[in-house]
Write a protein that binds this ligand. Structure first.
Ligand code: NAG
Ligand code: NAG
Length: 252
């Protein structure tokens, strides 16, 4: 193999390019693009301060108006594939290129209406400045680098053909929420900007039992990650542990 061809193959394999485009609830597939804001592009976001860090941008139109009903305590499975079209046949880079490494992380945020386009958190019909606040996100699960198996969240995503499952905490208040599921590709993360962020948001209506309500500690997105975080700037070769960026996982 010529050095140039080797380089081209290396470059070709380094961009993760994946899209979360469908959700299953307790194993029941809701359908491609149903209740999920699917970005047209499978390109990464790399600017931590970008408003697109919340729920991506440039969506397949029309954006689904479905709000997926979910009982607190349910298992939700985000389905990632190589492009916004979902699974369209054999593709060695579906759901991601197997050489890509990084964590898979899920967040929730309560929102007045799960279908509102504004993800700053304000009600679309109220414009008072003091209500123009960001959504309050909390982390419900993460899959980083397993120190025992040496598998990354990305490896499990590949093995599970793009499916990654998280449990909706049982102690939340009922209401509309956005579920943000993210894959961070770390191939270029030895400096910032370098880490590659791929995420979509699903539109949920969570029904809680009404018992043991707990208010999770929350973060803003953008704002949860910093250019100095050890999980944002990191090598992937030769490491045996990895600190997933963002807050601790919320538990009831
Ligand atoms: C992934 O989820 C889809 C939709 O629920 C399902 O049809 C498929 O069998 C799952 N694949 C694997 C490998 O679990
Ligand atoms: C969710 O998944 C966990 C782990 O596989 C399982 O123990 C639990 O019963 C599931 N919950 C539901 C509601 O299916």
């Amino acid at each position: 193999m010529t050095p140039l061809l080797s380089l081209l193959l290396l470059l070709g394999s380094t961009s993760a390019r994946t899209v979360f485009s469908a959700l299953s609830v307790n194993g029941v597939d809701q359908g491609h693009g149903v209740g999920v804001r699917v970005p047209i592009s499978n390109a990464a976001i790399t600017d931590l301060s970008s408003a697109s860090m919340a729920c991506n941008t440039g969506f397949v139109q029309p954006v689904s108006q479905t709000v997926i009903p979910v009982s607190a305590g349910s298992n939700v499975t985000a389905q990632f594939h190589h492009t916004s079209a979902g699974f369209i046949g054999p593709d060695p880079a579906d759901p991601i290129d197997a050489t890509n490494k990084g964590p898979v992380i899920a967040y929730l945020a309560a929102i007045p209406s799960a279908t509102q386009s504004d993800v700053t958190g304000k009600r679309s019909f109220i414009t008072l400045p003091n209500l123009n606040r960001r959504l309050n996100w909390f982390k419900i699960g993460q899959s980083g680098l397993n120190p025992t198996t040496h598998q990354w969240g990305s490896d499990l995503l590949f093995i599970n053909k793009g499916n990654t499952t998280f449990t909706i905490p049982s102690c939340l208040s009922s209401g509309d929420y956005l579920l943000r599921v993210e894959y961070i590709g770390l191939e270029f993360a030895t400096t910032y900007p370098g880490a590659q962020f791929y995420m979509s948001c699903a539109q949920l209506s969570i029904a809680a039992s009404g018992e043991k309500l707990v208010a999770p500690a929350t973060v803003s997105i953008p704002g949860a990650y910093h250019a100095t975080d050890p999980g944002i700037v990191t090598p992937i070769v030769g490491i045996s542990s990895y600190i997933v960026p963002g807050p601790a996982v919320f538990t009831c």
